[in-house]
Design a binder for this molecule. Structure first.
Ligand code: ZN
Length: 277
């Protein structure tokens, strides 16, 4: 795939989403039967000076914060082995594969589908709270984009923050989420701002009843230097491994729509907290 258009993920996908059948729709639709309402236009330069008490408030005029969600992998990756194996800069002077297929549960529920579904749910929740949500991929049957491109989408959007959504594959006895940040930091945004975002995500996941990883990191946090998407980010960035899909109990949760709703509720809450909203 060449340039992926950064389109808003589709709020309407959430309610009617059929797994694996994620056809792109033309525009976000906040609720059934309603036409998407564009953000309020900036007031004209010649606003009358009288009666400013009813003028558009600063809040209404302020642009919505941009959040870029990055659902891991893609449904077409498995059929594009050569394309996704292409080496791209890893952000630390080396290279990494453009993308990978991701993992799946023993029952065959794929990580890319999980990530896309959770991202759609988070998009709906954040959009309802006035956030301008964009995605690194518009559907779940394409290829890529490469990990460096995913970071560039967030950077180019001037995002307030970006969150990558994944689920892990680890020894079956391990369980729990972990939230990765780029460490050692390669930019100001990878230091305290990304760490604060990660902590907000950990807090929200914990409040939702999820437990921090028993096999990676500490307290649900996992600073690391080998994730190219995080290394390339120049806005606050974190990558959430929501669960270990090889763990039978967690596989059941990620494959359950209500489990994915819980992950989405938690991620949206953590993002809103990080945004100060
Ligand atoms: Zn992944």
């Amino acid at each position: 795939m060449s340039r992926l258009r950064v389109a808003p993920l589709l709020g309407a996908l959430v309610l009617g989403l059929v797994l694996g059948g994620c056809a792109p729709a033309p525009a976000p639709v906040p609720a059934a039967g309603r036409t998407a309402v564009p953000p309020p236009a900036a007031p004209p330069a010649t606003v009358p000076t009288a009666d400013t008490s009813v003028a558009t408030s600063a809040d209404a005029a302020a642009p919505a914060p941009v959040v870029v969600l990055d659902p891991g992998h893609n449904g077409g990756n498995a059929a594009a082995a050569r394309e996704i194996a292409r080496e791209v800069p890893d952000g630390r002077g080396g290279t990494k594969p453009c993308n990978t297929t991701g993992t799946e549960t023993a029952g065959g529920y794929a990580e890319h589908a999980f990530a896309f579904d959770v991202a759609a749910r988070v998009t709906a929740l954040l959009t309802a709270r006035g956030v301008d949500v964009r995605s690194t991929r518009a559907d779940d049957d394409g290829v890529g984009p490469c990990v460096d491109r995913r970071a560039a989408i967030a950077n180019d959007a001037g995002a307030a923050l970006t969150v990558s959504i994944h689920a892990d594959s680890a020894p079956a006895s391990g369980r729990g989420f972990h939230v990765a940040t780029s460490s050692p930091a390669l930019s100001a945004s990878q230091g305290a701002p990304s760490e604060a975002l990660a902590r907000d995500l950990v807090s929200a996941l914990t409040a939702e009843g999820f437990v921090g990883s028993t096999y990676r990191g500490e307290g649900g946090l996992d600073p690391r230097d080998d994730l190219a998407g995080l290394n390339h980010a120049r806005v606050p960035a974190a990558l959430v491994e929501c669960a270990n899909m090889a763990n039978p109990a967690e596989a059941a949760v990620v494959a359950d729509p209500d489990g994915r709703r819980r992950y989405a509720d938690a991620l949206a809450a953590g993002i809103l907290r990080a945004l100060g909203r």
